[in-house]
Design a protein around this ligand. Structure first.
Ligand SMILES: *[C@@H]1O[C@H](CO)[C@@H](O)[C@H](O)[C@H]1NC(C)=O
Ligand SMILES: *[C@@H]1O[C@H](CO)[C@@H](O)[C@H](O)[C@H]1NC(C)=O
Ligand SMILES: *[C@@H]1O[C@H](CO)[C@@H](O)[C@H](O)[C@H]1NC(C)=O
Ligand SMILES: *[C@@H]1O[C@H](CO)[C@@H](O)[C@H](O)[C@H]1NC(C)=O
Ligand SMILES: *[C@@H]1O[C@H](CO)[C@@H](O)[C@H](O)[C@H]1NC(C)=O
Length: 346
């Protein structure tokens, strides 16, 4: 860690009372939480997208002000640490990126919050870094980009639904913070096998949700929520298609019980007790209405997916929902659910 960095961190410690999340509760503005940011060392983008990812206080804040966004939770753009196969490099980079983010937003914690980046190579080390960022840096939880790639040839995928991750989920529930599960592009061996026949399916149209929904259903069916009933997981893009298909998922999984599936309840139930979804990058009104009916509005939070999705298109969509939601419901979607989940007023 270099010296300016240590000084910045020291300052954060000294200003602990300032760092406590003070935000200007306007009572009307939106809160958004799947919004990407990065540092030059980790950026995989070029051009305007890259510029927007690196920025906080220029075009990002300007658009927040123009579009009535009170508060934005920043997190490291995919794949971030999940794209680093070497455990030591991944662990050090996670600490670095969290410290940079904390220092960059330290003068504006009334407008910006943060989800930690975590190396998921080792569950107890991930838990320790989460604890540090929540308790010492004021972070609101963590965002991980699907599986952790590992191995000399990037050919080991680490999923967080296995018993060795219980030490991580235990600390998550003790800290009582949510973990956001965000998509990533696949490592080369998987990508080649699945997508060489139709490479345009790589990315958000298909690959992201197909890959991440496996992981989410892995957490459900491997009984993670049975062992940690208070665990809160957020998924974006209106739930990575799972809440649109709950009937078939629940019914078909019943037939898999003879395989020794550890899950005690069913996926619908976890979507009422443990899982939350955001509207990031999926402004589909008909789907929102369906999900309101199936999982309930208390599980749904507004988000944009900036800078991959532009802020004004989110604003136009969410404000237009006054035709399908009551004023109370709309306010809850825009901010109330986030205030509760992130405990912003505590
Ligand atoms: C918002 O809150 C911060 C921190 O309490 C304060 O410095 C700032 O002046 C407030 N801004 C507005 C517009 O109220
Ligand atoms: C916080 O610091 C950044 C530079 O890192 C600056 O651009 C921004 O205007 C500052 N914000 C406030 C509220 O002082
Ligand atoms: C994970 O890290 C901890 C603490 O550094 C260490 O004791 C443990 O052996 C590691 N676990 C594995 C599976 O490498
Ligand atoms: C492993 O993945 C990283 C990016 O995540 C890439 O830079 C590196 O070349 C890959 N290594 C191999 C052996 O494919
Ligand atoms: C899922 O579990 C809930 C709560 O026990 C139950 O009401 C529902 O019928 C179950 N769904 C299916 C398809 O079994």
């Amino acid at each position: 860690m270099n010296r300016p960095f240590q000084l910045a961190l020291l300052l954060i410690h000294l200003c602990a009372s300032i760092y406590a999340r003070v935000w200007n509760d306007t009572g009307v503005g939106t809160i958004v939480l799947e919004e990407a940011w990065t540092i030059p060392e980790l950026s995989t983008q070029t051009g305007e997208l890259n510029t927007n990812l690196l920025d906080i206080f220029n075009q990002r804040l300007t658009q927040m002000n123009e579009n009535g966004i009170d508060y934005m939770v920043l997190s490291c753009a995919s794949p971030c640490i999940q794209g680093i196969s070497d455990p030591a490099t991944a662990g050090a980079m996670a600490v670095h990126v969290n410290n940079v983010l904390a220092s960059q937003i330290s003068n504006s914690t009334h407008r910006f919050g943060a989800f930690a980046a975590l190396s998921m190579h080792n569950a107890s080390e991930a838990a320790a870094e989460l604890k540090r960022t929540v308790e010492e840096l004021g972070f609101l939880g963590a965002l991980v980009n699907d599986y952790q790639q590992s191995g000399a040839n990037n050919d080991t995928l680490i999923y967080y639904d296995q018993p060795e991750f219980d030490v991580f989920w235990k600390v998550v529930t003790e800290l009582d913070v949510p973990i956001y599960l965000h998509p990533r592009t696949n490592v080369a061996p998987i990508s080649t096998l699945l997508y060489d026949h139709a490479p345009w399916l790589i990315g958000p149209a298909q690959e992201f949700t197909a890959t991440l929904s496996n992981h989410i259903l892995g957490l459900c069916t491997n009984g993670v929520f049975d062992r940690f009933p208070k665990l809160k997981i957020i998924v974006g893009h209106l739930g990575e298609r799972i809440p649109s298909d709950l009937d078939r998922i629940d019914t078909q999984l019943l037939r898999q019980l003879p395989l020794g599936m550890p899950m005690l309840l069913n996926v619908s139930t976890y979507f009422h007790q443990n899982l939350y979804e955001t509207t990031s990058g999926n402004f589909a009104t008909a789907l929102l209405r369906l999900h309101k009916e199936t999982i309930g509005l208390d599980r749904i939070l507004y988000s944009i997916d900036y800078p991959f999705v532009d802020i004004p298109s989110g604003t136009v969509w969410v404000n237009g929902l006054d035709k399908v939601l009551t004023p109370e419901e709309l306010l809850y979607l825009k901010r109330g659910a986030a205030i509760e989940l992130l405990k912003l007023n505590d």
